[in-house]
Design a protein around this ligand. Structure first.
Ligand code: ZN
Length: 376
């Protein structure tokens, strides 16, 4: 039996969440009790804070439609797997690349195709979810934490001073492969994170017990989480060197900051230009992957945002409105379906889905596998 988890209402008020008293969820290792928007254990206790869900026993089918005339309209039923087990020998891709475009609003990305021609081109051959969300606080650290750890983490701060509760999917993969950090340099080169914003350095580690398995991380002007925001052009060049070279890491993450930076500066033209520039960078990354002797036809690419922006005030974000929480989601690669879905999904669903593609079960997780995206 499958459940349809469908967002029917977003109730956004200030205050604190109410816990799932019957289930009383406890996060592994920390012993700290947290409150989630929906109970991880029973998936039926809703707290009425972020979302209300509707459950059904009808098997999930996906009607793929298009809101963009560039993409061919198709209608398919994508069966949902009734089992969570995977052939232990099956690894669907050797490389996984996650790209974040910081703070680009859905209205200037998917809803303005002329801003993102390269992403549209990728989407034409890949998978798109037009109903993809972060939650309040719709901010940089919480959003990036969600997309790499699988948790809307109530403990992280947007200044980057707190490491996430859960390990990133990069850490969990390194742990599963028993790839320990080098004793001298302190990390492994098999997984790499490249960020423009220095404060995102906090994602390199977690409060879990997996910190013997650390990815390389380079964030900000000085690379070590200090010095302010680095120009996206430099971050992009560094990513090409570190992650698309002769020996690319199996897992890599890049975050471009400038759409968010220009918007905060009330520079509309700069904001739109930065989205278009980021789209150009993404097009180059995909092109380099496709011509790479190791990565071609062997790489999963996912593109998303950490958050959107307020409407009509585009300068700010952080709240719970639709335009602040609605984000882009595009995926492409081996065993990724081709089509468009409007099944409600969230940033926390990314890590467990990516790990499934490389045959790792995410232990620390509150997201769901996006089976509708996968052709396994
Ligand atoms: Zn941001």
């Amino acid at each position: 039996m499958e459940f349809i988890k469908k967002k029917i209402l977003r109730i956004m008020t200030t205050g604190t969440t109410t816990g799932c008293t019957p289930c009383n969820i406890i996060i592994p290792d920390t012993g700290v009790t947290y409150n989630f928007k929906i109970c991880l254990k029973c998936e039926s206790h809703d707290f009425g804070f972020f979302d209300t869900y509707e459950f059904s026993t009808v098997p999930i089918t996906t009607t793929t439609t298009t809101i963009n005339p560039i993409i061919t309209t198709t209608t398919t039923n994508i069966p949902i797997s009734t089992t969570t087990t995977t052939n232990p020998q099956t690894i669907y891709a050797q490389y996984v690349v996650l790209i974040s475009m910081d703070g680009a609003r859905f209205s200037e990305t998917w809803e303005t195709p002329s801003n993102i021609p390269n992403i549209i081109s990728i989407a034409n051959n890949g998978f798109v979810n037009t109903n993809f969300y972060t939650i309040e606080p719709s901010s940089t650290i919480p959003g990036h934490t969600a997309m790499v750890t699988g948790l809307f983490d109530p403990t992280v701060l947007n200044d980057g001073s707190v490491n996430p509760t859960y390990p990133s999917y990069l850490q969990e993969w390194l742990y599963s492969e028993n790839i320990l950090s080098n004793n001298i340099i302190g990390f492994t080169n098999k997984a790499k994170i490249i960020f423009s914003k220095d404060k995102l350095y906090c994602l390199g580690k977690s409060k879990s017990n997996l910190n013997d398995y650390l990815p390389y991380i380079n964030a900000g002007v000085n690379g070590d989480g200090t010095g302010g925001y680095r120009a996206d052009s430099l971050t992009h060049e560094l990513f090409k060197i570190e992650c698309l070279g002769v020996n690319p890491p199996n897992l890599s993450v890049i975050s471009y900051a400038e759409p968010d930076t220009y918007a905060h500066n009330s520079d509309w033209n700069g904001y739109v230009d930065a989205i278009q520039q980021t789209d150009s960078y993404i097009g180059e990354i995909w092109s380099l992957i496709q011509s790479h002797p190791l990565m071609a036809n062997n790489t999963i690419l996912v593109i998303t945002n950490d958050h959107g922006r307020k409407t009509p005030d585009f300068e700010n974000h952080g709240g719970s409105t639709d335009s602040e929480c609605h984000v882009l989601f595009v995926g492409i690669g081996p065993n990724i379906n081709n089509g468009v879905t409007n099944i409600y999904r969230e940033l926390i669903d990314i890590p467990i889905t990516l790990l499934k593609l490389i045959n790792v079960n995410k232990i620390y997780n509150s997201g769901s596998i996006m089976n509708e995206m996968l052709n396994l």
